[in-house]
Design a protein around this ligand. Sequence first.
Ligand SMILES: Nc1ncnc2c1ncn2[C@@H]1O[C@H](COP(=O)(O)OP(=O)(O)OP(=O)(O)O)[C@@H](O)[C@H]1O
Length: 453
Amino acid sequence: MTQSTALVVDDEPDILELLELTLARMNVQARCAATLEEAKTWLERESFQLCLTDMRLPDGDGIDLVAYIQERFPDLPVAVITAHGNMEAAVRALKCGAFDFVSKPVDLQILRKLVGSAIQLTDAPKDRRSRDLLLGNSAPMRDIRGKIARLARTQAPVFIHGESGTGKELVARLIHAKSPRADKPFVAVNCGAIPAELMESEFFGHRKGSFSGAVADHLGLFQAADGGTLFLDEVADLPLHLQVKLLRAIQEKRVRPVGGHEEIAVDVRILSAIHKNLKALVDEGRFRQDLYYRINVIELTVPPLRQRREDIPLLADRILTHIAHVNGLPPLMLTERALEALCRYDFPGNVRELENILERAAALCEGEILDADDLHLPPPSAPVSGISPKDAPPLPEGPFSLEDYLGEIERRAILDALTQTRWNRSKAARRLGMTLRQLKYRLQKWGLDGGED
Ligand SMILES: Nc1ncnc2c1ncn2[C@@H]1O[C@H](COP(=O)(O)OP(=O)(O)OP(=O)(O)O)[C@@H](O)[C@H]1O
């Protein structure tokens, strides 16, 4: 194995020695600098795979060094050592381009994981076809692809904002796939889909016997994602008490399983997504401000499809090619009229809705040419759910039960939302503006149980 070299910058000789020893055990040679000036001299003289710097240096600030390296040596990952509990400094460093941080007193287990990731980062292949996966040549999509490439090189938490179906999860997967964590797990969790009483154990694991039903040790999501990425979808659905625990896990980089006595070091990159306005939820006291600042270090907005209509033809073409391929069909084509209709349509459900429309059209169409009528696009004024008064069942003759009549409308709306979300109950619940629990109750009531969360 070739030896890597790290530049370690700290004015405390004891810490320098400890870091040097730890790195040596990982076959990483350390060059030590006690000041900003010395660090710059080393940087000119040698090439490094990692730089580890203290925040407070006699002749400047660790952030100055992060900025200097970003400008002069953008391929060199730099991590900062922060005073215990000083998350503000850690966040500043991440925003400035630091790839990670470790807090004092330095936990050697966490340091080893950080160094391992940094070394992998400089070895990682640079490109992984995000253009073929995240389609679109509009300016915002090109910009997002550029950002994905840059964000893949840091460990900074990224907060992805955008309407439902715009491709937030796809963006998160690409950040992971292009990062040095690509060979480790990408664990996606829909925070709204986990029952409140199981949340802590789902996230942090539990020990056998810690509660009735805990028949064996259980690995939580953090441990499942160790070395990789944890994607928290609909993060605003986390209850406040779990937000506190999540914040702690992110800051300390350690988790304690339910019923466990020891804490376990975890190395997880957090990406999160939401389709609501998280800042507004913070203002309403429904989302913790400290957690908001922690997960929102870098924000990425995926615009709705109606704001990048020029991407529709390419997306439609690729989706139809895919549908034809998986169903063993000859190539499917859209007429000009059909394409025009698609480009005019507003897509409240974004790319996912485009996929559904084309799948439905392909399934119902007789030949290989899809015309505008085959798309069955909702008229512009129809509400998103597709239920409008004219679709409501006709009023029965004579006296009737209003409750049963409204129940039938409810049943139709639920069925419609489930069809649109391919029976994904969490997504259907969001579409209907209710909690998963409320939807499950109604599904039971209407005998519509089934499907995945
Ligand atoms: N730019 C794109 N190119 C290709 N496919 C896309 C693009 N954007 C979205 N998709 C596809 O659209 C579907 C929905 O995307 P995704 O699940 O990532 O959206 P989302 O924003 O996370 O949705 P939700 O908020 O409902 O969870 C997926 O099948 C995804 O592959």
